[in-house]
Design a protein around this ligand. Structure first.
Ligand SMILES: [Zn+2]
Length: 591
């Protein structure tokens, strides 16, 4: 079934009556969270006692822990994306394992849906599965979850012990959705690509100052998205957020911070690119919810606030199943119709336009520190409503004209492997063309700047691009990525050279910035002489250059002027190795 290992042993012998269904969270007066083993045992036991629960192993972590996805469904084909009549929700917990309320909230939801014998007296949520199928990952960053300590998040108000933010390899998984460097991400992406969830939730905890809101949310409604996805996302927010508030959890959009010294400055919202979970779903044409419960609230209301946001989302999906499935299908169909010359926004920016907003904060009473010598932020418990503004309007920023497709050479196997994990259509290049060359317009990196430090282990370059012509050899194993496909947005965000979360920007092609061959002065001198004699145009160009004293006084640069224009110069130097194709080229290179 979909190529995943069915890890759940369905046993009719053990009905689980002896199993203690209460979580550490519940047994500790809501002060603690359990270890990963508790989640695994809980989910596997649910699968043993109910055929509505299945546990899939999607791989192992770098520290060799099993990674599991749990599916709750009345159906046998919940994961099949074709001809779906019930939408599939995917809930991601513990991408930052110190922010773990999603795990406890989801396990309680699962227990209330499955209702195993011996479970506590609690609300019956089994009817949710009449209209929705649910998949969840109890803990995504599993090794980090087991790096448990009371000292992992200095700002956070419980649980007493919690996991760590980054993986064993020190990756922040919520920056890894496009580059997919982490093993955990490499395990999850193929699963998501195969099952194609219709809605995605990512559960977190905030950092930052103090305010009244328990739940902050971000639901991408960006100009970079399919219009259908943006429209259904807007309907979702308008319907679901008031319900979470009715459950007793004051909600606000997820903002970076609030300046209590200058409340009139208000709050500004930004957008999340595809390196982030919800930004990634946005370019896959799917609505999503980022839950950020407030770091200074105790653990219990944070778990219940997460529970409410997740539960109300499931209910909304059931009530709006047809509209959601239609929006997703139409967004995919529109992307499949994209073609050469169409414009696509890769990034969004805030317009700066504001509207009135009441910010529900606390009285700010900073004090002077003897230790730092500076003012330390401090809030009392007195509620203060600031009449201020919110800037929440976004507009397209970086817009590209799409090619008909992309050619990815076979030797760029780390790129091709990632495209496959992402589920992007990659067609093998026409075999008749292998070994031949195609003259095409390609992009050359210029003005390359490399930062002094790494980000997520990568040196991210900045560069300009110019267009040049080259004879491109077609190598074995190359693939053609047509732009007209459901994942057109994701493909462009990965393969466009200027895309901020694309392979070029993540430094996959930094090696091509280097020149690997050179000519000694004694070799270049006679070649330069010959070139000058044969090409009067070149001669006048050289003489013009000599008027620049810096050039004239640099013997190396003078010889290099000829080397760069000679047949000995590396034709691949600083050429982006992913090629944007015209319709004509796409046709020639496709089968
Ligand atoms: Zn987080």
């Amino acid at each position: 079934m979909l190529g995943f290992v069915l890890a759940a042993a369905i046993s009719s012998i053990n009905q689980g009556t002896q199993f203690d269904w209460r979580l550490t969270f519940e047994k500790s007066n809501f002060l603690r969270t359990g270890r990963y083993e508790e989640s695994l045992n809980f989910c596997r036991q649910l699968a043993r006692v109910s055929d509505k629960c299945t546990v899939y192993e999607i791989g192992v972590s770098p520290e060799n822990r099993p990674m599991v996805v749990v599916v709750l469904s009345n159906d046998t084909d919940a994961l099949n994306p074709n001809g779906r009549t019930k939408p599939l929700l995917f809930i991601e917990n513990g991408i930052h394992s110190g922010e773990i309320e999603g795990k406890d909230a989801t396990l309680i939801l699962a227990r209330r849906i499955i209702r195993p014998a011996g479970a506590p007296q609690e609300p019956d949520l089994s009817s949710l599965l009449d209209k929705v199928n649910i998949a969840f990952i109890p803990v995504f960053s599993v090794d980090a979850h087991e790096r448990m300590s009371p000292y992992n998040r200095a700002n956070q108000n419980g649980p007493i012990e919690m996991g760590w933010r980054a993986t064993s390899e020190n990756f922040n998984l919520n920056r890894d959705f496009t580059k997919a460097d982490a093993v955990e991400m490499q395990n999850l992406l193929p699963f998501l690509s195969k099952v194609k969830p219709d809605f995605f939730i990512d559960n977190h905890t905030t950092d930052g100052g103090d305010w009244q809101y328990t739940v902050q949310y971000d639901v991408p409604i960006y100009p970079t998205m399919a219009s259908q996805t943006a429209a259904i996302s807007k309907q979702y927010v308008d319907s679901v957020i008031p319900k979470v508030e009715q459950d007793g959890f004051l909600c606000a959009p997820y903002f970076g911070g609030f300046d209590d010294r200058r409340p009139d400055r208000g709050i500004t919202l930004s957008s999340f690119g595809p390196r982030y979970s919800t930004g990634y779903q946005a370019v896959r044409n799917r609505p999503s919810l980022l839950v950020e419960t407030h770091v200074l609230k105790p653990y219990a209301p944070r778990v219940w606030g997460t529970y409410s946001a997740n539960l109300r989302t499931i209910e909304w999906m059931g009530q709006n199943a047809e509209a959601l499935l239609t929006a997703n299908a139409e967004a995919d169909a529109d992307a499949s119709a994209m073609k050469e010359g169409d414009e696509l926004a890769l990034t969004a920016r805030n317009t700066g336009k504001s509207r009135p907003y009441v910010f529900k904060g606390f009285k700010f009473e900073p004090y002077k520190s003897d230790i730092s010598g500076n003012e330390i932020p401090h809030w009392t418990t007195e509620k203060v409503d600031h009449q201020t503004v919110i800037r929440d309007e976004l507009e397209a920023a970086m817009v590209v004209k799409l090619p008909a497709g992309y050619l990815v050479p076979g030797y760029l196997w780390p790129v091709i492997q990632r495209l496959k994990w992402h589920g992007i259509q990659c067609d093998p290049v026409n075999e008749q063309m292998v070994g031949k060359t195609v003259r095409m317009k390609v992009q050359m990196f210029t003005d390359i700047k490399l930062g002094a430090s790494t980000f997520e282990g990568r040196l991210m370059p900045q560069f300009q691009l110019i267009e040049v012509e080259r004879d491109i050899p077609i190598s074995a194993g190359s693939v053609v990525v047509p732009i007209g496909q459901p994942l057109a947005r994701l493909a462009a965000n990965l393969l466009e050279t200027s895309a901020p979360d694309g392979f070029a920007s993540w430094g996959f092609f930094n090696g091509y910035f280097e020149s690997k061959e050179y000519a000694e002065a004694y070799a270049m001198e006679p070649i330069a002489k010959k070139m000058l004699a044969e090409d009067p145009q070149l001669k006048s160009e050289f003489e013009e250059k000599l008027k620049d004293p810096a050039f004239a006084n640099n013997p190396g640069a003078r010889l290099n002027f000829f080397f760069e224009r000679s047949k000995w110069f590396d034709q691949r130097y600083r050429i982006c190795p992913v090629y944007r194709l015209t319709s004509e080229e796409l046709k020639t290179l496709s089968n």
